[in-house]
Design a binder for this molecule. Structure first.
Ligand code: UDP
Length: 202
């Protein structure tokens, strides 16, 4: 994949359809390692400065997709054009839509305020009958600093055994969380998805 360096971040020149295909290839692959998606926006460039752990989390992401139009515009201005904008909240429904009876999908929803993810789960299973939400969890305030809580979250996700983890903790918490815990997770892929769980809850 061609990558374009913008605002100090290497971004994949991928269309939505290509990103969906690649994520599904990962979901269906026998590879044991969890791969994840981040979707940087211009404000992430500010977050990245002076934050080596976040820079590493971006560098280790298998897919880095342009969330905002300003990123796409900048790429065109610099004559290294990105084909289109691929936001996390557009990507997640597209990945769900690629599930079929022969190729069903299991997902876990991590994040959003208490009560929101179960509502999103009900909507998802109604709208995409081949997607099964096998668990949801809303971590308490300050969870990221609590090792025991993080271990509990990893265990909950692994017990639910989803193929895909949707992480809606906002940037940069979601990116740091997946980079810290990917090795312990027995899943195929994760998408750092911002407020997508809220959108799916209606
Ligand atoms: N959130 C959460 N735990 C936190 C902080 C945020 O679950 O400790 C959720 C919040 O409820 C919302 C999402 O993360 O669902 C943040 O969405 P936002 O649009 O702010 O994401 P960003 O655009 O910052 O990535």
């Amino acid at each position: 994949i061609r990558r374009v360096k913008l605002f100090g971040v290497e971004i994949d020149a991928l269309r939505m359809s290509e990103a969906v295909r690649e994520i599904w290839r990962q979901i269906e692959s026998p590879e044991a390692k969890t791969q994840y998606v981040v979707t940087p926006n211009v404000d992430h460039a500010v977050l990245l400065q002076g934050n080596p752990e976040l820079q590493a989390a971006y560098a280790e992401a298998r897919w880095v997709l342009a969330d905002g139009w300003p990123v796409v515009w900048a790429s065109r201005f610099l004559r290294q054009p990105l084909p289109e904008r691929v936001t996390g909240s557009d990507l997640v429904p597209e990945v769900f839509s690629a599930a079929t009876a022969e190729k069903p999908l299991t997902v876990y929803l991590l994040g959003a305020a208490p009560g929101v993810a179960p509502r999103a789960a009900a909507y998802i299973e109604k709208r995409w009958p081949h997607v099964k939400v096998c668990g949801t969890y809303s971590p308490p305030l300050g969870f990221e600093k609590d090792d025991a809580e993080n271990e509990r979250i990893v265990n909950m996700v692994n017990e639910a055994a989803p193929q895909l983890l949707i992480i809606g903790l906002g940037a940069p918490k979601q990116e740091l969380w997946i980079a810290r815990h990917r090795e312990q997770l027995h899943i195929k892929a994760a998408i750092c998805a911002g407020a997508t769980i809220d959108f799916l809850a209606g």
